[in-house]
Design a protein around this ligand. Sequence first.
Ligand SMILES: Cc1cc2nc3c(=O)[nH]c(=O)nc-3n(C[C@H](O)[C@H](O)[C@H](O)COP(=O)(O)O)c2cc1C
Length: 178
Amino acid sequence: MRVFIGVTGASGQVYARRLAEVLLEEGVEVEACVTRAAERVMRREGERLPEGVRRYDPEDLSAPPASGTYRVDGYVVCPCSLTTLASVSAGIGSDLVKRAAIVALKEGRRLVLVVRETPWPVSALRAALELAREGATILPACPAFYHRPEDVMDLVDYVVQKVLDALGLEVDLVRYAD
Ligand SMILES: Cc1cc2nc3c(=O)[nH]c(=O)nc-3n(C[C@H](O)[C@H](O)[C@H](O)COP(=O)(O)O)c2cc1C
């Protein structure tokens, strides 16, 4: 299985790192593209993607994930900024992350958008509705508390678990308390 992770300049770079770690542990082939804005936020949040992830330059629109002929089983934009949400909804593939997400839509493949922003302006709500209608999974980075998290990583894992579920992967990352 091959998963493409588009990392954009929203807060919550830890979600991308953890998702990539778990996918690699599961033997999934992980490819990633980090936008310029995401590089800055990643530095600020002290995060980095794990070794073993194949990286693409966001400006390289001739890279394999820019084409529908390249087989990818699941696309995750994590974290997903409102800029990328709006661009994908409008069909503007100005970098490889946005282009790959549009490819997922046009090919009818699994696309998960882990949006991180609050509150949401009407433009984002509208874009999310359009994308959901096109088949994308809108998955706000919105942890719950009923699994009795003991630290921040338990909250992160809750969101990552949801992404894994949306990708159809059977991984039990979170133990739900009774
Ligand atoms: C420290 C920092 C945190 C940010 N957090 C968010 C966020 O949580 N959500 C969001 O939509 N934009 C956030 N932004 C703004 C985006 O980085 C900005 O809109 C950028 O243009 C996104 O571009 P991209 O989607 O191409 O990565 C943040 C910016 C900075 C510098």
